[in-house]
Design a binder for this molecule. Structure first.
Ligand SMILES: [Zn+2]
Length: 525
């Protein structure tokens, strides 16, 4: 492992402080494997001894984690004011975690020592010195997090600098300067980092929070000023506005600063890893996240799109493939023919030779969006529209609907049930079927499957995986309309379709018919 620069991940400890985020031990093991796949040098696993789940994580990690790049760090406090380091049970838990690294946190701000810790500055420094010395003697590598360092430096620079000197002299490999409250700005923070290195000669790291919106910028400035260890969290998880985004920092260092901090082939996995971690945390990915967000390379405006067609790099700061992301064209009423042509290419259709079809598609998109459709998240509906309009292709008629109806019934015992009837034509037959369900859409889905399931047995592979409803405000005296987005899976791929109507059941039915049509099209080809 290259020890001259550290990428240190704190997703499992500081990141896990995020509101609404709760990680089981199994979740933590899964996330640690993903972070190792990215090639980070250190993974802070948690706080053994203080949090039982974290003690358990370090125990299971010994047999269940086979890390290729990363080493585990156990996080914890220095000894208590009234105990020897060797006798402190919290320090013992750090030792017994068997983590190769212990990251000790201590207060570098005099007011916190006096008000929160209620001890003297000298005693606080002695706690740092004793604990570092003890753990080093026991064979662990020690990093020290200087909590509230930047506010502390502003109030009492002499104590803050002494803190760094004491930790370094006791044998800590580095002192990570923490902007715990996250309120610093880059220029001021960079100046402090430079001064600390000049005055103490210690190796320093940086740990930032995003309360001023500058966590990544502050981290980069600190590195320019001489910090050789950077801490961050996946997807910028963390309490309040979050920790510094580890992915953004890594990509910036590697692609903009020519620093080789993770293997190039791992960087190309970064988008997948970011989304895989979102799956585990069950927090929807932030679409505008730099580098790895779904929208990070999405182009919408018409003028942009024609330039992007000529040369994608005209409107992109990097080639998205380097971080495993993709350029996407957004289809919307703002889009000209160029973006529709590009979107078509993305879906596998060459529209460049058919200007008439292109114009027809652009007109239909415009008309449909005016009535509340949105194709940005409904690629499958857009592809069906291309098939309708493109000369030489034909949208297969698997079935044609004659009529449908749904009855919603509240029964005497208080339960509700739905019953749908569908009349349609398929393969030369007129078919009438009934379906029951717990809701109207479910009942319609069942009735449709009952109607054509025997003619198209592959229908059994399709499953509705997501259903979103949006009420669109009516304007100019019209009633409001309902837009339904349905996501369907065949076990291997997912696709989304859209339906818009005044009535929620009708909108759902339209999206459902497109979902099934598209699914049959995929499975038959
Ligand atoms: Zn923090």
């Amino acid at each position: 492992m290259n020890d001259s620069f550290h990428v240190y991940d704190t997703t499992l400890r500081d990141g896990a402080q995020q509101e609404g985020l709760a990680l089981s031990v199994a979740d933590k093991l899964l996330i640690a494997r993903q972070l190792d796949g990215l090639g980070v040098g250190f993974i802070e696993g948690g706080w053994p001894g203080a949090i039982p789940k974290d003690t358990e994580f370090f125990r299971r990690a010994q047999t269940e984690l086979d890390l290729e790049h990363a080493q585990l760090a156990a996080f914890g406090m220095t000894r208590r004011a009234d105990l020897k380091a060797a006798d402190d049970p919290q320090v013992a838990a750090l030792r017994e975690s068997r983590a190769p690294i212990v990251t000790l946190v201590a207060k570098a701000h005099d007011r916190h020592v006096e008000l929160a810790l209620r001890t003297s500055l000298d005693e606080c420094l002695a706690m740092v010195r004793d604990t570092v010395t003890h753990l080093r003697a026991e064979g662990q590598r020690v990093f020290v997090d200087a909590e509230h360092f930047f506010n502390g430096y502003q109030d009492n620079p002499a104590y803050a600098l002494e803190f760094v000197r004491v930790a370094a002299e006791a044998g800590a490999d580095l002192i990570a300067l923490c902007d715990t409250n996250g309120g610093m700005l880059p220029t001021e923070l960079g100046d402090v980092v430079r001064t600390v290195i000049d005055r103490t000669g210690a190796r320093v790291g940086i740990h930032c929070h995003d309360d001023s919106g500058c966590a990544v910028a502050n981290s980069l400035v600190a590195i320019e000023a001489g910090a050789t260890h950077v801490q961050g969290a996946a997807n910028a998880y963390g309490e309040r506005t979050g920790n510094a985004n580890l992915f953004t920092i890594v990509a910036n260092l590697q692609l903009k600063k020519n620093m080789h901090v993770v293997p190039d082939e791992s960087l190309a996995e970064m988008t997948r890893i970011a989304h895989a971690i979102s799956e585990v945390t069950n927090i929807a990915p932030h679409t505008k996240q730099p580098y790895v967000g779904f929208s990070a390379f999405a182009h919408k405006a018409g003028i942009h799109a024609s330039a992007v067609k000529a040369d994608p790099m005209l409107y992109q700061h990097i080639d998205p493939a380097i971080v495993g992301n993709d350029m996407r064209m957004l289809v919307s009423e703002m889009a000209g023919r160029a973006s529709i042509e590009l979107k078509g290419r993305e879906l596998g259709y060459d529209l460049s030779g058919d200007r008439e079809a292109l114009t027809r598609i652009a007109e239909r998109v415009k008309d449909l969006e005016a009535t509340g459709h949105s194709f940005e998240a409904a690629d499958a509906s857009f592809e069906l529209l291309i098939l309708d309009e493109l000369n030489g292709t034909e949208r297969p008629e698997f079935f044609t609907v004659e009529s449908w109806r749904v009855i919603v019934e509240q029964r005497e015992n208080g339960t509700q049930g739905c019953e749908a009837t569908v009349r349609l034509h398929a393969k030369g037959e007129r078919i009438i079927t009934v379906g029951e369900g717990n809701g109207p859409v479910n009942a319609l889905d069942t009735a449709l499957r009952n109607a054509i399931g025997q003619l198209y047995p592959e229908l059994a592979e399709l499953e509705l995986t997501d259903y979103k409803v949006r009420i669109l405000e009516g304007d100019h005296g019209t009633d409001s309309r309902t837009r339904v987005l349905i996501t369907t899976s065949d076990g291997k791929n997912e696709w989304a379709t859209v339906g818009v109507q005044e009535n929620i059941v009708a909108a759902s039915w339209n999206a459902l018919v497109e979902a099934v049509t598209y699914g049959l099209l995929r499975l038959e080809s």
